[in-house]
Design a protein around this ligand. Sequence first.
Ligand code: ADP
Ligand code: MG
Length: 361
Amino acid sequence: MASITLKDVAHSYRGESQNPADFALKKLNLTWRDGGAYALLGPSGCGKTTLLNIISGLLIPTRGQVLFKDQDVTRLPTEQRNIAQIFQFPVIYDTMTVFENLAFPLKNRGRTSKEIEPRVIELAKMLGLEKDLYGKAQHLTADAKQKISLGRGLIRKSVNAILFDEPLTVIDPQLKWQLRSQLKFLHKKFKFTMIYVTHDQTEALTFADEVIVMYGGAIVQIGTPEALFERPEHTFVGYFIGSPGMNILPCALKGNKAMIDGIEISLNQSYTPPSTGKIELGIRPEHLRLEEPGRDGLPVKVLKIDDIGRHKIARVALNTCQLNVIMPEMTTLTGDMGTLVIDTDHANIYLDEHLVTGETL
Ligand code: ADP
Ligand code: MG
């Protein structure tokens, strides 16, 4: 196994170009630690599959290099990279039995039946495929077929990395949770480098030690699930992570005062107002409180309150700005007015979508 480094990698499906808009993947530099569990998270079309295919060798990047440890593999074909890749939809041999499908990657590399059999049985057990092991794969459900694909990806112990490209898309929601925990268990047990692509934040946050968030062909933040939640470095991360996402409000700054639609809010840090650019304040719904009207705080209009079980989500209007507030399940607030209290320890300031740090007062 080896670390994987992407050095100044960029990709345009139109070939080399001077037009930045042609690049599905903007220039990036990144090292994946040997044995790390990573999630690659971002909306559809942001370049996740392109990035995976560059690592596995299905694509040669327009610019830059791919290194496995110190070896330049940029032009090396997939077969020579020793990478397992699992795709969104099952890739299996219908006419083979489940056993033969699982054994294929090992058999192909000349392993003996004595080595193959226990490994196939071990994985079949883990994936819940034992009872179908000697039947043809053809008649199985989409779920079971995708489990075979997962098994084929996991069967070899000596791979450099396992790449998962939204592998649970076709899997039944209940099974999804189960398979995800199994992948996590397998990672702990075998210490494979795993890169797990998804557009689902729950999947990313539960699977990975480190999450790489992509947006528009670029990496906007790399961090632990906690860091992505607490200090989003880009407004997209704030908005994309969390349910509902971070409230992002246009504002003006003067020292430690933020002016939101004519309303002044005191912050814990002081900022030098930039001469140009869009300034926004980001605050998570979890860091806001809604109290009875007339309390200390900002008067707001309550537009609606949704009860989603674990807690309630209030939609409130601060002049023309609308915000989401997460409230405890037992809240009894009635009427259409309230007081908004902001936990300013958790307020972030963004300049042109990027986090800026102020001076602590
Ligand atoms: P994701 O996996 O995040 O949904 P992709 O990497 O598949 O994103 O795609 C990134 C961008 O590249 C998209 O705009 C997509 O339309 C474009 N793209 C992907 N594959 C091709 C291709 N084979 N030819 C041309 N454009 C492509
Ligand atoms: Mg994709």
